[in-house]
Design a protein. Structure first.
Length: 580
């Protein structure tokens, strides 16, 4: 039987190195050319703060090159061009957070803690991302909370600095975990690993990575190979993934100039390679970036099951059938009703009864295979390519309804994993888009809740329904305060009321739109700083709250106990588990 490893177990983030002096910090960040600096003295101070804070964050010996920054900028520009700018032609900090979330989510299926779309925020307190504030409080204080930000904002290079810093902090957290693995195996950090040893270290690393801080469970699994292979069905596939990462690193090393390493140079030859700690650290970092793609096969299998329960192509599955499938399959679709509600994956507005929203469920924290205190590795967001296609074509914070309709009419939507159907914008949805534009001075803000809501109904299987900020949460199972798994009795009670006539109804060309769109809300929330934009067409709307931005004060309280509250170790086979 296929299982999924329980998400929601955490390892404790450790600080590896002291913060360097200002002088040493400046050596880690490329100096900005004089022509790119802002003209005023305050602007120069602002740039100095960014460089200093960046240097502090990279104080473990991290380094970002000009080429690194340019690559990040290239990835940011399509979205950056469409974000509203202030009078200085720069974005404000809320837009920066949105930009960072999009970057990591698109690049590696990562959700950085503190940048989740569901976080609430207000004008007086916008919080500080956990990964920044816990590791380098000075970074938040000097840059994100700087008085200069209010006056000048961030350009695309500033955003690249921030993202490069976050990447380094993620890398540092992986180094902390790897150091612990070395210590448990009594391997000195300057020890050179052979092929067999690196395989052993990486296997131990990935068990720690997936299981988090459940040390008792980790010890049991690593002490019993048979138990490990039972608890992780398809363990051989995971081992092959690790082997592939090592081969990729070896290939890149053979075709790249030799780089000095702090824990010993990787010697050996192609027949007997040797790996330093830094080599293994680099491989672990590559795993974080590529694991989302590796894991996508499980996400696709889950989508196929949900699509099969959605003959109308509405992006929704009756809760009764969701639980009925969960009872039959035993290993998935078992989240409790209250947990689904917390995740924002439950539509309770339809007269047909409660329904699970497919893209919201796929993107929910319960389906993230890796959950750490600072990031999660989740399923691919199928809406990202759609949004980026629109942004690339529009190149502006807002667009006219006719332009958006023309763009979307040339796109397709998934009917299954392997099949697509041409988009057909019905009269109701066209009228809704025109209504959105009317409330914003004739143009539709691309970074607003109403446009994202419109996209959800155009692409109901790809684009999540955008809830109002603060009403749902990206909460991993063991962070949830209630019972995150439905009992068998609860599932059977829901499944027993399933209407066969409703579930077997085939898709019709003309969906009953009022019924289908029962969850539609007229309340707008602008993701980014349209209020400071030179484009003032937004001002006619009555709503300009924030969406998809972080309110990050306070640490998450992690629950350590199992579903019964016993605190005993539960193997993944006894939990909501992930298949590999």
């Amino acid at each position: 039987m296929v299982h999924r490893i329980l998400s929601g177990i955490f390892f404790v983030f450790s600080t590896l190195c002291p913060v360097p002096s200002q002088g040493s910090a400046e050596g880690f960040v490329a100096e900005r050319k004089a022509g790119s600096l802002r003209a005023s003295v305050d602007a120069a101070n602002f740039q100095a703060e960014i460089r200093k804070a960046m240097g502090e964050a990279l104080g473990c010996g991290g380094h970002v090159t000009e080429e690194d920054l340019q690559h990040i900028e290239l990835a940011l520009r399509p979205t950056y061009r469409t974000l509203p700018k202030n009078a200085h032609g720069r974005i404000e900090r809320r837009s920066l957070r949105h930009l960072a979330h999009r970057y990591f989510n698109q690049k590696s299926s990562l959700v950085i803690r503190g940048f989740e779309p569901s976080r609430a925020v207000n004008d007086s307190s916008w919080g500080s991302a956990e990964i920044l504030s816990e590791r380098v409080p000075g970074f938040v204080e000097a840059v994100l909370e700087s008085r200069h930000v209010n006056q000048h904002g961030f350009d695309v290079r500033d955003a690249a600095y921030v993202i490069a810093t976050i990447e380094q902090l993620v890398f540092d957290s992986e180094g902390a975990l790897l150091t612990m693995v070395y210590e448990t195996q009594q391997k000195p950090l300057d020890h050179q690993l052979g092929t067999q040893e690196i395989g052993q270290v990486l296997e131990h690393y990935i068990v720690h990575w997936l299981m988090g801080d459940d040390q008792h469970g980790i010890n049991m699994l690593l002490a019993n190979r048979s138990l490990l292979e039972t608890a992780f069905p398809h363990w051989d596939v995971l081992v092959n993934f690790l082997s592939g990462e090592v081969k990729t690193f070896q290939f890149e090393r053979m075709h790249a100039p030799t780089v000095p390493r702090s824990h010993g140079h990787a010697g050996g030859n192609a027949l007997a390679p040797q790996y330093s700690f830094d080599d293994v650290h680099a491989i672990a970092g590559g795993m974080t970036k590529s694991f989302g793609s590796f894991w996508e096969s499980e996400c696709i299998e889950m989508k196929e099951s949900l699509f099969a329960m959605d003959p109308r192509r509405e992006g929704r599955v009756p809760l009764a059938q969701f639980y009925g499938t969960g009872l039959d399959a035993e290993w998935r679709f078992g989240e409790s009703e209250s947990y689904l509600r917390e995740l924002g994956a439950l539509d309770e507005t339809s007269s047909r009864g409660k329904q699970v929203i497919i893209p919201n469920y796929i993107q929910a924290a319960s389906n993230c295979i890796v959950t750490t205190p600072h990031y999660m590795v989740c399923c691919h967001n199928d809406c990202n390519p759609i949004i980026q296609h629109i942004e690339t074509a529009v190149e502006s914070p807002s667009a006219e309804p006719d332009q958006l309709c023309a763009l979307v009419n040339n796109m397709t939507s998934a009917t299954s994993i392997d099949d697509e159907v041409a988009i057909k914008i019905g009269s109701t949805l066209k009228a809704q888009l025109e209504s959105i534009a009317s409330s914003h001075g004739g143009k539709v803000p691309l970074h607003g809740r109403l446009f994202l809501q419109w996209l959800h109904y155009i692409f109901p299987r790809e684009c999540p329904f955008p809830h109002k900020s603060g009403t749902v949460a990206s909460v991993a199972p063991l962070e949830y305060s209630g019972n995150y798994v439905a009992t068998e009795a609860e599932m059977r009670a829901h499944a027993s009321v399933a209407s066969s006539s409703d579930l077997n109804t085939s898709f019709k060309d003309e969906i009953e739109e009022p019924q289908w769109m029962s969850q539609w809300s007229e309340e707008e929330e602008l993701i980014a700083g349209y209020e400071s934009s030179q484009d003032t067409s937004w001002r006619s709307t009555a709503f300009f709250a924030l969406l998809f931005l972080a309110s990050l004060s306070g640490a998450v309280s992690f629950k350590q106990k199992g579903p019964a509250g016993s605190g005993d170790f539960l193997l993944p086979t006894h939990r909501k588990a992930h298949a590999v």
